[in-house]
Design a protein around this ligand. Structure first.
Ligand code: SF4
Length: 495
């Protein structure tokens, strides 16, 4: 018996993965911490694109690579991912993507499986610790066979569930290196070649059905599911005499297997999270589009209710649009936060402020920061404000993807005021170390100020904000401080 996260560590060890890199974020932080503890050379990386690119390098020389990222991290590495498919790779690469249906600790609920369609890479959506193990082990073999990376999608409920796992003798990596004969083709030619070879092999693999499980019970009502939700369907299906096709590979879909299943049933419901990914690829089924199930996180009660309305072609959906006060979110800094006077000063001024998805996003519902879309985005957003745009960013976000916007501001003679919350940790993900970029930024920007949070009060911050707003050009203020004992992030031990 082991948890899903332990199955991941064993699968990575049994697959002889040489390069393991990850970026912290819910729900993969704990998985990566385990990998760092138990895998030689496993380490955090500054962002997902660099993590993936370094795996491309290792793969070219015959070493297997693993990138551990939360769902939004796939957006950061999407550029090299999509081209790597037609460029081809050497040894296998697996992207372990942690989705967050319900957006428990994320800024959105995006569904990583959609990258299967966009990047044209296989996507595994395992349902049990055994399937997670199998998906990684088979993922490396498939990745090497078709010479593209593969995605294994996990969720928090899957990585924390326990189940029996049988480890198996895994075919050792043959150290396959990058085949540079691909450069005989144009970029368009590579794409054609991909469809003639790799894409066909992936479809054959999917139709082989090694990752699917089917139970035909009454032949009238059937459910197609994938991921963790297959466990919830199992609970109900057995009791209600409903047939069940549980898919462990969702791109490419085993359309032959699915077609047979649909033909044998009068009514078919698709149960999946987060988006109607499977449902949108097949005709004549019920699910989210027909109002039977909610988008986002799905619970057993949703599935039960959907099965009760299985005879209806369409259901008037009444799913809750949750408000922030109902969730009990913390919308203020931790007690004793050394940066509180800064936020108070900012709040007192009538300014449009771009926040980031570090601690500053907590201030958005209070109106202290106005816009906060994604990690590292605040400086770029502030560039679009009228006058001297104001951005607040954490040191982790600055290193992740904020720095380029400073370069752009300098190159374009923009006016910009950036406050860097330098607490030396990635607080929202549990306190992983953040890079100190003061020296780097000081080499680029003339107007750099460093203040110590513990020596500052609201009035001192008000003065510095007003003073810097008066000056033209780029101004960066590092606010140096340490989070107190008991800060919220120290309690976060994410799965
Ligand atoms: S984690 Fe640190 S910086 Fe963030 S609110 Fe808490 S004390 Fe302040």
């Amino acid at each position: 018996m082991m948890r899903g996260r332990d199955a991941i560590v064993w699968a990575v060890a049994d697959s002889s993965v040489g390069r393991v890199v990850g970026v912290p974020g819910y729900p993969v932080t704990g998985i990566m911490e385990d990998l760092i503890e138990r895998t030689v050379g496993a380490r955090w990386c500054v962002n997902e694109k660099v993590a993936f690119e370094s795996c491309i390098g290792a793969s070219s020389e015959g070493g297997r690579g693993l990138v551990v990222t939360k769902h939004v991290g796939l957006n950061i590495l999407a550029d090299p991912l999509i081209t790597s498919v037609t460029h081809t790779i050497g040894a296998g690469i697996v992207l372990l993507a942690g989705d967050d249906p319900g957006a428990k600790r994320s800024q959105n609920e995006q569904d990583s499986r959609l990258y299967g369609v966009l990047a044209e890479v296989p996507v595994f959506d395992p349902s049990t610790p055994q399937q997670v193990y199998d998906a990684i082990v088979e993922g490396y073999a498939l990745s090497e066979r078709i010479r593209t990376p593969v995605i294994v999608r996990v969720t928090e409920r899957l990585v924390s569930m326990e189940g029996e796992v049988e480890r198996r003798r895994v075919e050792a990596s043959r150290g396959q290196v990058f085949d540079s004969s691909i450069w005989q083709y144009t970029f368009a030619g590579k794409h054609q070649l991909f469809h003639e070879t790799a894409a066909r092999e992936a479809i054959e693999y999917a139709e082989g059905g090694s990752m699917s499980r089917v139970e035909i019970l009454d032949g009238r009502v059937g459910v197609i599911s994938s991921g963790y939700l297959s466990n919830l369907v199992d609970e109900l299906a057995m009791k209600d005499g409903v047939s069940h096709l549980a898919l462990g590979l969702v791109y490419p879909l085993p359309l032959g297997v699915i077609g047979d299943f649909i033909e044998r049933h009068e009514r078919v419901l698709v149960v999946e999270e987060t988006e109607p990914f499977i449902e949108d690829q097949i005709n004549g089924v019920l699910g989210k589009r027909t109002g039977h199930l909610p988008h986002g996180r799905v619970e057993v009660e949703h599935i039960r209710a959907a099965l009760e309305r299985i005879e209806d072609d369409r259901v008037e959906a009444t799913f809750r649009q949750e408000r922030i006060d109902e969730r009990g979110y913390r919308i203020h800094p931790c007690e004793g936060c050394p940066f509180t006077p800064f936020y108070e000063a900012l709040d007192a001024l009538d300014l449009m402020v771009a926040g980031d998805v570090g601690c500053s996003v907590l201030m958005a519902p209070l109106g202290t920061v106005d816009v906060a879309v994604s990690l590292g985005s605040s400086i770029g957003v502030a560039l679009g404000f009228n006058g001297k745009g104001v951005a607040v960013i954490g040191d982790f976000g600055l290193a992740h993807s904020g720095l380029q916007a400073i370069i752009d501001a300098l190159e374009s003679d923009e006016d910009l005021l950036v406050f860097v919350i330098q607490n030396h940790v990635a607080a929202m993900t549990g306190g992983q170390p953040a890079v100190d970029l003061r020296r780097v930024v000081s080499c680029m920007v003339e107007d750099v100020t460093v203040v110590e949070a513990e020596k500052m009060d609201k009035e001192a911050y008000r003065r510095i904000i007003n003073e810097k707003l008066e000056e033209n050009g780029v101004s960066i203020v590092f606010i140096e401080g340490r989070c107190p004992e008991g800060a919220e992030f120290q309690k976060i031990r994410l799965s």
